[in-house]
Write a protein that binds this ligand. Structure first.
Ligand code: ADP
Length: 174
């Protein structure tokens, strides 16, 4: 830990594929940077091209993916960075693992967008491939996705505009 530097924070955005994790994380990063913060985005797709490239999509591999993202976020935030994690994190126990590793520096936010809306967006073509059996282990399809409960933070990315959701996210982090 570098002395005399305020600890950073970790904002963990989770939700189905196509819910808007990457979009909102990147937009929030721009805002935090313009407010003078050091910001790092840990995006699931990007982690999978390097740090986590040997991992697949089974539950065990997704746990390991979460663990690595959380440990990386811990190192970065302990040195003053604000870290935005954009990772599907489909199970409650995976979010709890993040909480165990990161403690109070962590804000966990569900991007709430129903399966039909995500499948209609199909940003990465995953839902089409899941429907034809080319892709398996997709949360919301053949793998469970556990939504936030009512007392947990969430943003309605399925029904609200990007601008509204970004504003709500900024307000949450004030
Ligand atoms: P994810 O990272 O969760 O898989 P992406 O950010 O890659 O999702 O894609 C989300 C898509 O949904 C983008 O095309 C984005 O423009 C669109 N979108 C529509 N409304 C919203 C919203 N309120 N928040 C974020 N993205 C939204």
């Amino acid at each position: 830990v570098i002395a005399n530097r305020a600890p950073g924070r970790v904002i963990w955005l989770y939700g189905l594929s196509g819910a808007g994790k990457t979009t909102l994380a990147k937009q929030a990063a721009v805002h935090f940077r313009s407010a003078g913060r050091q910001v790092v985005v840990l995006d699931g797709d990007e982690l999978r091209t390097g740090l986590c490239r040997e991992l697949g999509y089974t539950e065990a591999d997704r746990f390991e993916n979460v663990r690595r993202a959380a440990e990386m976020a811990k190192l970065l935030s302990s040195q003053g960075c604000w870290v935005l994690v954009a990772l599907m994190t489909p199970l409650r126990s995976m979010r709890e693992l993040g909480r165990q590793i990161l403690g109070d520096s962590l804000t966990i936010i569900h991007l709430r967008c129903d399966h039909a809306t995500c499948a209609a967006r199909d940003v990465k073509g995953l839902y089409r491939q899941a429907a034809s059996g080319q892709v398996t282990h997709l949360p919301g399809c053949d793998m469970v996705f556990e939504e936030a409960t009512n007392n947990e933070l969430s943003l309605d990315t399925g029904t609200r505009s990007q601008e509204e959701c970004l504003n709500q996210l900024m307000n949450l982090m004030q």
